[in-house]
Ligand binder design. Structure first.
Ligand code: PLP
Length: 380
């Protein structure tokens, strides 16, 4: 029997159960509690090692909730537009619509597959002409863990005074110019869903600009309950806090985070090495004028059917037949029926990537032998 090779399976440190057990013993089987504080501190300390100033991290129920609360904090509402990278997962864009605002999609540049800073500038100018207003926020994404061109994106954003919400859901541990992704925008969103870099079974976090904003995010995440002896509400709130049990899993996962990053990078390096000079197959390796250290959350390839002699769909079917998971690249948001009416600034990059791309098994449980099996199928 051949072993089933997963795309991105979670992997436990073994410490998770201790934190969960402790929560049960101390009867903290409720939202909030010591594991939530502990997990927030762990994240802030870990990310803070490459940050000039202390970080303010709020643990939330999902990465989607984190992006949503960032938009709430920035005052995004009906009639507003928010620019979002088109080449991403729908969770980057959905919260814009939750706020009654309109997403405006901007295409990618080929070096990082992320938001094209020049197209971003054109989009902002054009929105200003079309609506008389500036977009309320900009959401770049570090897709597959490859850092977006943050210096250029931030300089365009600051030239117009527009805040940036970094979608770093796939990019925990990725470095751009010696700093961690998620710490470049006004807000940075992380995800701890089952297949991300670390998991809390479901969860996320928002990296906030200061103590006061972090306090405010916690307030919105706990139904916007005012500080009164009775239940007083002056704002619309959300039930978005991470549970103490989930946070316990997160605390345990912090013990394997470095290991997971190292393993995913090693898997990517193996694919690069073993697939070099394979006709029609290109392993994604970002090009940039700054120092990039992607976490390689997922290793991805492009399949040129003329040169390879097969399409990514055919390759994917062969992998499936061999009990190996693969996945197409994200379908750009400007091609999604649900966003058909949203303004989009496109240059063909994300459409070309979507037409040729495939994600390969990349999780920390993938062994060198598993990579060999995947490579064998690609080469034959
Ligand atoms: C996973 C993901 C999210 C959402 O995170 P959840 O925790 O699943 O809500 C947002 N953006 C991107 C790019 C993602 O991959």
């Amino acid at each position: 029997m051949m072993k089933h090779i997963h795309l991105s399976l979670a992997h436990m440190s073994g410490k998770e159960e201790e934190f969960i057990h402790e929560a049960f013993l101390t009867n903290w089987v409720v939202p909030l509690g010591p594991n939530v504080d502990g997990f927030e501190n762990d994240l802030a300390a870990w990310l803070g090692e490459k940050s000039a100033s202390p970080l303010h991290v709020v643990a939330l129920s999902s990465g989607t909730a984190a992006i949503h609360l960032a938009l709430v904090m920035l005052g995004v509402g009906p009639g507003d537009e928010v620019i979002c990278q088109s080449f991403t997962f729908a969770a980057s864009a959905n919260p814009i619509v939750y706020q009654g605002a309109t997403p405006v999609f901007v295409d990618s540049e080929p070096g990082t597959w992320n938001m094209d800073p020049e197209l971003l500038r054109q989009a902002i100018d054009d929105r200003l002409r079309a609506t008389g207003k500036l977009p309320k926020a900009i959401i770049p994404v570090h897709l597959y863990g490859t850092p977006a061109r943050m210096d250029e994106i931030n300089s365009v954003a600051s030239a117009y005074g527009i805040p940036v919400v970094e979608d770093a859901a796939e990019a925990l541990g990725s470095e751009y110019n010696g700093r961690y992704c998620g710490t470049f925008g006004t807000y940075g969103a992380l995800s701890f869903n089952g297949n991300k870099m670390i998991t809390t079974s479901g969860g996320g976090a928002l990296i906030c600009p200061n103590e006061e904003s972090a306090r405010r995010v916690k307030f919105y995440a706990t139904q916007a309950r005012e500080n009164f002896p009775y239940y007083q509400h002056e704002q619309i709130g959300y039930n978005y806090r991470l549970s103490n049990i989930s946070a316990g899993i997160g605390r345990g996962q912090m013990y394997v985070l470095d290991e997971h990053i190292a393993r995913r990078r090693a898997i990517h390096a193996l694919y690069v090495e073993k697939l070099k000079n394979t006709p029609g197959i290109t392993v994604m390796q970002p090009r940039s004028n700054v120092d990039l250290h992607p976490n390689y959350w997922l290793s991805t390839i492009l399949v040129n059917p003329q040169e390879a002699g097969f399409t990514w769909q055919e390759l994917s079917a062969r992998l499936t037949a061999a009990d190996i998971e693969s996945r197409p690249l994200w379908k750009p948001m400007h091609l999604q029926p649900v966003f058909a009416k949203a303004p989009a600034y496109v240059n063909g990059v994300s459409e070309a990537l979507f037409a040729q791309g495939l994600c390969l098994p990349s999780g920390p449980m993938v062994t060198d032998e598993d990579v060999d099996r995947v490579v064998e199928i690609i080469k034959n």
